[in-house]
Design a protein around this ligand. Structure first.
Ligand code: ZN
Length: 170
């Protein structure tokens, strides 16, 4: 309940102002007691601070707006479910040691892949990218292998369409 009110843009501001009001009143009471002056005198000195406070609030508001604008820009173009499906972007064949990488896009509601590339993982260091459908390392068994990218694309997209069917909203 409180969380709901707090996240409400209007009520959260009302509560913030209320809290600031209570704090300033408490400060005024303590200050008037310790400095032996009246509460109104404390408020007078606070009013002198007001200009500085408004200036500060202006700066804070400016940063808030900038933050909001930049946040909107970086907000993902994909829905959370599409993002989840997009995480499926590589697959390694344990028999051949060939790893495939791709990027998932959506044609309206249907997923498809692009930028499909094959890498050989049978060597030291980073996986070696294929050159002209085979591993460029001489003597590697995958250098004699020729990848049919059309078939691989069809295989991956079949998995994607099936996965998408399972997670997409009814
Ligand atoms: Zn290789």
């Amino acid at each position: 309940m409180f969380k709901k009110i707090w996240t409400d843009p209007v009520w959260s501001k009302v509560i913030s102002v209320g809290i600031i009001g209570i704090i300033s009143l408490a400060y005024a009471l303590i200050k008037s007691h310790s400095d032996n002056i009246t509460v109104s005198q404390v408020y007078e000195s606070l009013l002198q601070l007001k200009v500085k406070v408004i200036y500060l609030l202006g700066i804070l508001l400016f940063f808030y707006i900038v933050k909001k604008l930049t946040k909107k820009k970086s907000k993902s173009y994909y829905t959370p479910k599409q993002q989840k499906l997009r995480e499926f972007n590589k697959l390694r064949d344990p028999n051949t040691g060939i790893m495939f990488r791709w990027v998932v896009y959506f044609d309206y509601e249907k997923p498809f892949i692009s930028d499909l590339e094959a890498f050989c993982t049978k060597h030291e260091g980073a996986p070696m990218r294929f050159v002209r459908n085979c591993c460029p390392i001489y003597n590697c068994e995958n250098s004699r292998q020729s990848i049919d990218f059309h078939m691989v694309t069809n295989h991956i997209e079949s998995i994607l369409i099936d996965e998408w069917d399972k997670i997409k909203p009814r």
